[in-house]
Design a protein around this ligand. Structure first.
Ligand SMILES: NC(=O)c1ccc[n+]([C@@H]2O[C@H](COP(=O)([O-])OP(=O)(O)OC[C@H]3O[C@@H](n4cnc5c(N)ncnc54)[C@H](OP(=O)(O)O)[C@@H]3O)[C@@H](O)[C@H]2O)c1
Length: 238
């Protein structure tokens, strides 16, 4: 961890990080390295080398699942255990148009974070770009072997085609341009969690411009209701 932090600071040409994210949940046999890792992050934070500790949340999470049998319950219990040990300042959560919806009886990651006084950084608002391939046809985009999406099952031509078809009614309603879909993605997430920050990925200046422009055009509650009805067949009651 020390060597990696030093390399990161060097690569970025900075002497501190706003957020230090703990991605791994593997701390060796019997979590042998967990206490030292937690102590080290705490020390860095008090020294100001990092300003906050972050931790990734499971892609799907409801606190109540912790009492369930099976892999979902085990994953939830493990994550809650680590959360209690690490006590992060921020968690990252995947949230986008096609994310699972949670019922009022479920404590999703957003409710959980609020209750614990922890910030949320939303990632994958564009589904790593999957949600922005509007109408381009399933086979047009090729990913190089160096791009992690080349082996991601969500990016097989078949799955891309299915997502494309699912989003078609939204394009008919909100516009066929990529900017229109960027706006939907960004504002759908911000509407759900106005107290969260979005970590939006971009590849070039045009993409940044589209993301910034999207911030000026919020969605209304009625839009969210309709988007959810189209994509999930589920009315929105926030
Ligand atoms: N997902 C994770 O678990 C994770 C973990 C650690 C760090 N990160 C970092 O977090 C950032 C966000 O990544 P993410 O995985 O959450 O992905 P994301 O933000 O859902 O999607 C980012 C992708 O969306 C596409 N995009 C963005 N704006 C666009 C526009 N205006 N027009 C067309 N395409 C546009 C780009 O795809 P193209 O590349 O195809 O142009 C971009 O790479 C990235 O810097 C990533 O490295 C992510």
């Amino acid at each position: 961890m020390r060597a990696q932090l030093a390399t990161t600071l060097d690569n970025l040409g900075t002497d501190y990080l706003d957020i230090y994210f703990l991605h791994s949940s593997d701390f060796g046999p019997d979590d042998r390295y967990l206490p030292d890792a937690v102590d080290l992050m705490s020390k860095w934070r008090s020294q100001g080398v990092i300003r906050a500790v972050g931790m990734r949340a499971p892609h799907q999470f409801a606190e109540e699942w912790a009492t369930a049998d099976g892999p979902e319950g085990a994953e939830t219990r493990r994550w809650l255990y680590l959360f209690d040990r690490v006590r992060p300042d921020v968690v990252t959560a995947r949230y986008n148009l096609i994310s699972r919806l949670y019922g009022d009886h479920e404590t999703d990651i957003f409710r959980f974070a609020r209750r614990n006084g922890v910030g949320i950084l939303i990632k994958q608002v564009f589904g790593k770009g999957l949600l922005l391939q509007s109408g381009s046809g399933p086979d047009q985009r090729q990913y190089s072997a160096a791009d992690h999406r080349s082996t991601d099952p969500a990016f097989t031509p078949d799955h891309r085609h299915r997502v494309d078809a699912r989003l078609a009614p939204l394009r008919d309603r909100y516009g066929h341009s990529t900017s229109a879909m960027v706006r939907l993605c960004v504002q759908y997430a911000l509407h759900h969690a106005p107290d969260a920050a979005i970590l939006a990925g971009f590849r070039n200046a045009n993409q940044i411009d589209a993301i910034i422009a999207a911030l000026d055009h919020p969605l209304l509650a009625d839009d969210i209701t309709q988007i959810r009805a189209v994509l999930h067949g589920n009315p929105y009651t926030d």
